[in-house]
Design a protein around this ligand. Structure first.
Ligand code: FAD
Length: 398
């Protein structure tokens, strides 16, 4: 498929804008989804203010995989050069047998357009924040919004704000989602994830998925000689949701103690680790009401087994801005936005859920799965990515 250059796509985004010009847009939450939305609306001429509860725009010290579908939207917003300068282009993904330490197969990623890349989260936030500043987005820090009204208005610092459009990009425990949906209880999946980073010699840029019965670990390199680690274990003991819970690295090492030397060496180098209880949240029924909409984790928290939570948030942000630019009214735009996004998001979430099962197989099922992967790697390596074409080839800028 022929792709437009990122710069021409950015120009096109600006050139086709009309309805967003001069519109007052309030975005609650300055994470990856909120800042992408801010940039997309500002490029269309809107007056955008981001309200972020934290004292600074920041992210946890961890990596993030930006797949071609997310990259396409980011590039079209004109930050393609900064992304190319700071991301690591992934060459391949390799399923590994964590017990023996052997590579099962290797699937090429080097021909992806735009490239599949590994980023440090803080670097991506910084690029988005600089893009927003250049596009004259106002960012208000230390601004936690709690009293959203039916008309999308809210107060901050004793002043009532009445935007034309209010966007909830306020993540997992979204205030805006609860305003437009009935409460929906998440449930603990019986899985926990650890996140850590270590210094490592410059490694080949491949994502490795180390699989063992009831657990797996994903590793990939980041800039400045670091290796990002996310390890997942099935277990009944509950753990809280969110990255602010530290754990003893010894617990993680213990879980993978029967694995091959390389896995043990990687885990042996960890000095600090956070633990996250993985919960399933239903996809929100309503993504909008009147002039208020939600996006990203606020609408559809996603388990991390397909590396799509941030990519979907980026896609949402782009599509929302585009719909608002093109539709005659905000209400019509928000309806179109949900119509364009919900089925795709549900499909991605279901695919992520089934990956969790596939990575953790044991006994005969594990042997059969590894044999299948090995055969695919030897005979039809393209088949692996072909199964993900619907995900990676999706072009929200088209
Ligand atoms: C282990 C793990 C690995 C992952 N790896 C990947 C990956 O490789 N690729 C990928 O695409 N996704 C990945 N994800 C998912 C991804 O991190 C999230 O889906 C993504 O960050 C969601 O972005 P967001 O902007 O919707 O929400 P968030 O990043 O949560 O941002 C929400 C923001 O809103 C602010 N906020 C909240 N409430 C308020 C309020 N009331 N007022 C003002 N501000 C508020 C918060 O402070 C925060 O800054 C991973 C997730 C996990 C757990």
């Amino acid at each position: 498929m022929k792709r437009r250059s990122a710069t021409s796509a950015a120009r096109r985004f600006i050139a086709t804008t009309s309805q967003n010009a001069g519109r007052d847009v309030a975005i609650i939450g300055g994470g990856i989804g909120g800042l992408t939305a801010a940039l997309a609306f500002a490029r269309g001429g809107a007056n955008v203010t981001v309200y972020e509860q934290a004292a600074a725009l920041k992210e946890v010290g961890a990596g993030l995989q930006i797949t071609p579908n997310g990259a396409r939207a980011l590039n079209a917003l004109g930050i393609d050069k900064a992304l190319a300068a700071t991301g690591i282009d992934a060459k391949a993904v390799a399923p590994m047998d964590a017990l023996s330490g052997r590579q099962i197969a290797r699937f090429d990623l080097s021909d992806q357009t735009p490239p599949y890349r590994f980023f440090h989260r803080a670097v991506l936030i910084d690029i988005l924040a600089r893009g927003c500043a250049a596009a004259k987005v106002t960012v208000r820090l230390g601004a936690r919004i709690v009293d959203l009204q039916a008309d999308g208005s809210f107060s901050i610092g004793g002043v009532r704000v009445r935007p034309d459009l209010t966007i909830g990009a306020d993540g997992l425990h979204s205030v805006v989602r609860s305003h437009i949906n009935k409460p929906a209880e998440p449930f603990f999946t019986g899985q926990v994830a650890w996140r850590a980073m270590i210094s490592a010699e410059a490694a080949e840029p491949i994502g490795r998925i180390w699989m063992a019965p009831g657990r797996h670990m994903v590793t990939y390199p980041l800039q400045e000689g670091r290796l990002n680690i996310v390890a997942v274990q099935e277990r009944s003991a509950w753990a809280a949701e969110g990255w602010h819970h530290d754990d003893d690295p010894g617990h993680l090492r213990q879980v993978f103690a029967d694995c091959g030397r390389e896995v043990r060496e990687i885990l042996g180098a960890i000095e600090s680790v956070s633990l996250w209880g993985l919960f399933r949240h239903p996809v929100a029924q309503n993504w909008h009401v009147r002039s208020t909409a939600i996006l990203g984790d606020a609408a559809h928290p996603t388990l991390p087994f397909l590396a799509q939570g941030a990519n979907l948030a980026i896609e949402d942000a782009y599509v929302l801005a585009r719909c608002c630019d093109e539709a005659a009214s905000v209400e019509a735009a928000l309806k179109a936005y949900q119509g364009l996004r919900r089925a795709r998001v549900v499909r991605a979430i279901e695919a992520a859920n089934s990956n969790a099962r596939n990575y953790h197989l044991s006994g005969a099922a594990r042997m059969v799965a590894h044999t299948g992967l090995r055969a695919m790697g030897a005979v039809a390596p393209g088949a692996f990515l072909n199964r993900l074409r619907w995900l990676y080839d999706h072009d929200v800028t088209g």
